[in-house]
Design a protein around this ligand. Structure first.
Ligand code: HEC
Length: 181
């Protein structure tokens, strides 16, 4: 697949974005859910008092009670991927907004509040006045492409690595977020 990106170390940019005030220890393996030895296992967060940290405690649980297509999907989980953005961004903010609201595309609104949009979720941070952060495009692009680069336990879908959105769609989303007053 040729998508005009090189895999490089973005260590200079690997500052975590705001994570709703929470910080998680990186103990949980990124491919935990796809590890065959861990079928019907789950992990539960336990607060480590006065440390600001969570510990992940594995325990067995019968997950067949909650049927999900993912139980039958034996493909290995693609590893987190670090990417570099070729500037200029060339994103279309109006298309980015559509993607952010579309259920079969970004559906960012299911987790994030976006300015002026109805029925937001509260799982992710409010994405309001985004422009004021002055995040480099590259950082926002990586966050959407594969947020596990910043947080191995991220619940945000790795849109690029999993092929949910293509490169241009992610560029459009970056342009949309960067345009939010
Ligand atoms: C399943 C819930 C979920 C979905 C869907 C989701 N996110 Fe997130 N997002 C999060 C969470 C949780 C965080 C906090 C960091 C983390 O856990 O990785 C986050 C963090 C972010 C951040 C960093 C915010 C900041 O100010 O530091 C951005 C930007 C972002 N998401 C954009 C998006 C975009 C754009 C989409 C849609 C393409 C999207 N998110 C879809 C849950 C989600």
């Amino acid at each position: 697949m040729r998508i005009g990106m090189k895999t490089v170390c973005l260590s200079a940019l690997l500052v975590p974005l705001a994570v709703n005030g929470a910080s998680f220890s990186g103990d949980m393996p990124a491919d935990f859910a796809a590890n065959p030895a861990a079928v019907n296992m789950t992990q539960e967060p336990k607060v480590v008092v006065n440390s600001g940290r969570l510990e992940w405690i594995p325990f067995k649980r019968d997950l067949t009670l909650w049927p999900s297509l993912s139980h039958d999907d034996k493909r290995p989980t693609p590893k987190p991927r670090k990417v570099m953005l070729d500037e200029p961004l060339n994103g279309d903010p109006a298309r980015g907004r559509e993607l952010a609201l579309a259920r079969d595309k970004g559906y960012c609104i299911v987790c994030h509040e976006l300015p002026g949009e109805a029925w937001p979720g509260t799982v992710g941070a409010k994405i309001l006045s985004f422009k004021q952060h002055k995040y480099p495009n590259e950082l926002v692009f990586q966050q959407i492409f594969d947020s596990r680069a910043f947080n191995p336990n991220s619940v945000m879908p790795p849109y690029g690595t999993f092929g949910i959105l293509n490169e241009q769609e992610i560029r459009d989303l970056v342009a949309y977020l960067q345009s939010l007053d």
